[in-house]
Design a protein around this ligand. Structure first.
Ligand SMILES: [Zn+2]
Length: 71
């Protein structure tokens, strides 16, 4: 008999993602690079210049590509 309890918390896959980070120290604004423009964006919160940075983010799972059911 196996006593295989599920882990209390599933591990969420994360990866280092390139982001744009607001240069203002008082602002936490940032955005994913792939959501940003090819040119250097400005912060949507305070309008400061943003700089490229890296952040460990949860990988977004796109559920729209879930296999369709046979019906
Ligand atoms: Zn900002």
């Amino acid at each position: 008999m196996y006593n295989s309890r599920k882990k209390p918390m599933e591990e969420t896959p994360e990866e280092i993602t390139t982001i744009w980070s607001c240069t203002s120290e008082t602002c936490k604004g940032w955005m994913r690079d792939n959501f940003a423009f090819s040119t250097q964006p400005t912060c949507s919160l305070c309008g400061s210049v943003m700089e490229k940075s890296e952040k460990k983010l949860v990988i977004l799972v796109n559920n729209s590509f879930a296999p369709s059911k046979n019906s």
